[in-house]
Design a protein around this ligand. Structure first.
Ligand code: BGC
Length: 677
């Protein structure tokens, strides 16, 4: 007791009975100017830690990359590798995102990390973005639902989540310098919206400022975006960290401080002691402004338990536990999207098939390697490749043959690797097509044996023109994580009924895509101009009436579903009233399965140009054979709003709205109308 009192006398901010803000006050008043400066940048010779201050017992904040697991490069450990974010969001089951977030946070905690640098939640503006596989969707609503769940999952385990990359970091070409020219409405309605909602609904501890400039100013020193929007408008309470070396072109520490950048990583460039001292001496920033960014940083340290008197109990989980591996497999199974299944070619019947041919460079390719694909790389202790998964499944029953013509069925595994020009940080893809050798291989196999299934291992859209018409079945398996092979085998052999749907449009040709109308709009040079405005993803395909290869929200099942009896709780709502939307969905088949019911809204009489429709609700329902479920969703005025740039505010206009319900953005059999007053 005596010892404790003596300790708390010296370090009173360790007293956990006091409110956090008071503890921060106690700490701030003890910090010298130089110590405050030191806290603004990463620890010397460390890539993942913030600076510590021994005198005051201020520990480092220890971080790890995500979003697919704890990265090898930040831990030097083999950890559970989950499916990529596109696979996760293709499940349309945010509950899984919450479980994945919690599992990764448990692994972070088990190895002494307090902050996860995930989730990535930029909007898919172009399908060529090398980091598409790390992000959730082209749609702000779907993105938000997944990011909220992921952040809540991570933070439920006492680990901080970092939402990244703030903002408009939508391409890797020229990512360090490109100046994104985007109008205010588009910025808020498409790119900022999900970040705003996650800040409000999930209270993430950290936001990562991106590399690029937005309308002429680097994101990490952009006062309008950080101070005015993130802090003042949205009420964000955590701190802003720079992306790694995103500060290398910043010249003025005062500008970054006044904008609200609390932590420069991985080391001091703009926040060097010399620069800070000089700027402070010249009166370029005030003590209050400095304290404001330091306070935000310290608040997070308190919140993740770094000033707890006794260290918080770590969860008794082993990293790579069977439970986490099972979850990784489950996500892969729920996220896979069946794109084509002519004549119910799939599932394969293990009792009817006597031989199978396994082909393609991705059948046994190792995907979890050191920095493979960039910062999202995770190295698992083992990886079930597709080939291994199939062999595990069919072992005694089916012979694996080498020649396509000798097989009852051929499986071709093609995809996009994590190397330059593929699904990879730092580079965009050169085009939408698979490498020519892979297209040729599919054609070669299918020519010898038309009973061929193509399985895709990738995290971004591809074109399939040369072979799509020739094969009976195509399964989008994404980058399915360390248990991917088992998951693929389960879907192909019908142990699991596929239920994923596309969270991103697959265009027929690159030119159909909204960002690809001119070199100005992509890739740009010094500047890139978001000329398509709010018409990103399916919003663009709808407006221009372009048929995609596979639309947003599309995915097949081994079951057949039908929709009927759309009911709205009222013919009008006003103010904060909510509208209940009820619909009956039936499984008309003898196979149990899950359907993703999608709800889109159209503003019938807007004073400004609005999208043909926007996703504002979805529900995944599991249905037994011939079962009917009543699906409920609700809409409020915020589901009807747009960003009014002239008055710089969100606005819902009174008038008529149409609701569309159905299984994909292009098949919406049910319609209803209501008025907003
Ligand atoms: C990436 C971030 C990542 C950071 C640390 C950067 O290159 O853009 O997403 O968190 O590196 O590895």
């Amino acid at each position: 007791m005596k010892q404790r009192n003596r300790f708390l006398k010296k370090y009173p901010y360790y007293d956990s009975s006091l409110p956090i803000e008071q503890r921060i006050d106690l700490l701030l008043m003890r910090l010298t100017l130089k110590e405050k400066f030191k806290l603004l940048s990463g620890r010397v010779f460390s890539w993942w830690k913030s600076s510590s201050i021994y005198r005051l017992k201020i520990p480092s904040l220890n971080m790890s990359d995500g979003p697919h697991g704890i990265s090898f490069h930040s831990s030097f450990r083999f950890m559970t590798k989950f499916p990529c974010s596109k696979c996760l969001s293709a499940s349309w089951n945010p509950h899984l995102a919450s479980n994945v977030g919690a599992a990764i946070a448990e692994e972070a905690k088990a190895i002494g990390k307090q902050l996860l640098l995930a989730p990535g939640m930029n909007i898919d503006r172009t399908p060529l973005n090398g980091r598409t596989f790390e992000y959730f969707s082209e749609d702000p609503f779907l993105t938000k639902e997944f990011a909220v769940a992921y952040v809540k999952g991570v933070q439920s385990r006492g680990v901080g989540a970092t939402i990244k990359h703030f903002i408009a970091n939508n391409q890797e070409t020229n990512r360090f310098t490109v100046n994104v020219q985007v109008d205010v409405r588009t910025l808020h309605e498409i790119y900022l919206r999900a970040f705003r909602d996650v800040v409000r609904e999930a209270d993430p501890l950290v936001v990562m400022g991106s590399y690029n400039k937005v309308n002429g100013i680097y994101a990490c020193e952009n006062k309008e975006l950080l101070q005015e929007t993130l802090f003042n408008l949205w009420g964000f309470k955590g701190f802003v960290v720079s992306d790694w070396y995103a500060t290398k072109f910043l010249k003025r520490p005062e500008q970054a401080i006044q904008a609200g950048l609390s932590l420069e990583m991985p080391k001091a460039i703009v926040y060097t002691l010399k620069r800070l001292k000089k700027a402070f001496k010249e009166g370029l920033f005030s003590r209050e402004e400095l304290d404001a960014v330091v306070r935000r940083f310290l608040r997070v340290l308190f919140r993740v338990g770094l000033f707890d008197e006794k260290p918080r109990k770590s969860f008794r989980v082993k990293v790579n536990s069977p439970v986490h591996q099972e979850l990784a497999q489950h996500v892969a199974e729920e996220g896979m999207v069946l794109l084509k299944n002519e004549g119910n070619f799939l599932p394969l019947n293990i009792n009817h098939i006597k031989s199978v041919g396994i082909f393609g460079p991705f059948s046994s390719k190792k995907m979890g390697k050191f920095l493979y694909g960039g910062s999202a790389a995770v190295v698992p202790p083992f990886e079930i490749s597709p080939k291994k998964g199939i062999i595990n499944k069919v072992k005694e029953h089916v012979k694996i043959v080498k020649k396509p013509a000798e097989a009852d069925c051929c499986l071709v595994f093609v995809g996009i690797s994590h190397a330059k020009g593929g699904d990879c940080e730092n580079f965009d893809r050169p085009g939408l097509s698979l490498p020519k050798q892979q297209n040729d291989l599919i054609l070669e196999v299918v020519e010898q044996n038309p009973q061929t299934v193509v399985v895709l291992i990738n995290g971004s859209p591809i074109t399939m023109e040369p072979w799509l018409e020739k094969v009976p079945a195509v399964l989008e398996a994404w980058h399915p994580g360390m248990m991917g092979g088992n998951a693929i085998a389960n879907v192909l052999f019908g142990v699991v009924n596929p239920s994923g749907k596309l969270p991103i449009t697959f265009p027929k040709r690159l030119e159909d895509s909204p960002a690809h109308t001119s070199p100005r709009s992509y890739p740009g040079s010094d500047s890139v101009f978001y000329e398509e405005g709010i018409y990103v993803g399916y919003r663009h395909f709808d407006k221009k009436s372009i048929a995609p290869l596979f639309p947003f929200g599309f995915g097949l099942s081994y079951s057949k579903f039908s929709y009927k009896d759309l009911l709205l709780s009222s013919s009008e709502i006003a103010g904060s009233q909510e509208l209940d939307v009820v619909v009956e969905v039936t499984n008309d088949s003898p196979v149990a399965g899950a359907e993703i019911v999608q709800l889109y809204v159209k503003d019938d009489e807007a004073s400004i140009d609005r999208p043909v429709k926007e996703l504002r609700g979805f529900k995944k329902v599991f249905l037994n054979p011939y079962e009917t479920a009543t699906v409920n969703m609700t809409l409020g005025s915020s589901d009807l709003e747009f960003f009014d740039a002239e008055n710089f505010t969100w606005r819902t206009e009174p008038g008529s709205f149409t609701i569309f319900i159905g299984p994909s953005s292009r098949v919406l059999p049910l319609e209803g109308k209501f008025e907003f007053r």
